[in-house]
Write a protein that binds this ligand. Structure first.
Ligand SMILES: Nc1ncnc2c1ncn2[C@@H]1O[C@H](COP(=O)(O)OP(=O)(O)OP(=O)(O)O)[C@@H](O)[C@H]1O
Length: 282
């Protein structure tokens, strides 16, 4: 559905070099700290910034082949955009109808009621959560095949985030759809995505299916002696700790079977990311 190959963009002291693939039926997460390059990647996908080199392919087409009909197959929420605060949802409906031939007004209104979004209140009076929900609803109400959502959960409380993820899971019930979603908070996405890319300083530092990350990656907690005799073939990163070393592995089972005396922790996605970013290469 979407493919990026070494898409490069240089800002003064920032260099993006991003490759990723979004497949139909999959929710793909792009996780990275503030300033890691998530929004820059999204803008490159959407042709909103000029890139230096690399390849973007959307729905199997190069950017110059994309038609207005193809664009309607996209639903987009960008981190730093929104609807005019002076409009109400009532005012917005004709705008959405004009923008998208397939805009489903009945569905949109139903969902606004379900998520308690008032129809006549000005959007500038909405809370952050209400604005975010409205943006996502507008993006999914024209039967798009691919959603590109930059930090849709930012600033949401647990309840609002849950409602948004429910809305997106329901969107995915139709076969062949896909989502590319970013967040700087990995726990927002770890139960939601099928596939995860971690980006740091503009580079993809890890790409794995979520199941693999959660089942095969782990953290070994070893003292100095255990570290010395450890076979480090499957250790991706190590870090000195007060008790000895933490080691990140992508073959947790190997260590569980061969080193029954060492502690092997599952590790949350946040911990795995911390190790990838801050740990030393073995
Ligand atoms: N128009 C621009 N001009 C110069 N530098 C830019 C511009 N846009 C982004 N950058 C720089 O590129 C880097 C990546 O920014 P980007 O917005 O892609 O990060 P992000 O991962 O989306 O971060 P956040 O989670 O804070 O939104 C940052 O160092 C930022 O300062």
């Amino acid at each position: 559905m979407l493919k990026l190959e070494h898409v490069k963009k240089q800002y003064k002291d920032f260099h993006l070099d991003c490759s990723l693939t979004v497949k139909p039926g999959m929710i793909t997460g792009l996780i990275g700290a503030n300033g890691a390059g998530k929004s820059t990647t999204f803008k490159a996908v959407l042709g909103l910034i000029r890139t230096e080199s690399g390849m973007v392919e959307l729905f199997g087409k190069r950017p110059e082949e994309i038609t207005p009909e193809d664009k309607e197959r996209l639903g987009v929420v960008l981190a730093d955009s929104g609807f005019s605060g002076y409009l109400s949802i009532r005012d917005l409906i004709p705008v959405l109808k004009a923008m998208y031939h397939q805009f489903d007004q009945t569905y949109f209104e139903e969902q606004c009621r379900r998520f308690e979004l008032p129809m006549t209140k000005k959007i500038k009076e909405f809370s952050t959560g209400m604005k975010r929900k409205l943006q996502v609803l507008a993006a999914i109400s024209h039967h798009a095949d691919l959603l590109i959502l930059d930090e849709p959960t930012a600033g949401l409380d647990v309840l609002a985030r849950d409602e948004m993820l429910t809305m997106l899971r329901e969107y995915m019930e139709i076969e062949g759809r896909a989502i590319l979603i970013s967040s700087h908070i990995s726990s927002d996405l770890e139960d939601f995505c099928d596939d995860i890319y971690m980006i740091d300083h503009g580079q993809v530092i890890l790409h794995e299916e979520t199941d693999t990350l959660l089942n095969e990656y782990g953290l070994l907690k070893v003292d100095g002696k255990q570290y010395e005799r450890l076979d480090k073939t499957y250790v991706l990163r190590s870090r000195k700790e007060t008790f000895g070393y933490s080691c990140l592995t992508n073959e947790k089972q190997f260590y569980q079977e061969n080193y029954p005396d060492i502690v092997v922790e599952k590790g949350s996605i946040d911990e795995l990311i911390m190790m990838m970013v801050r740990g030393d290469r073995s």
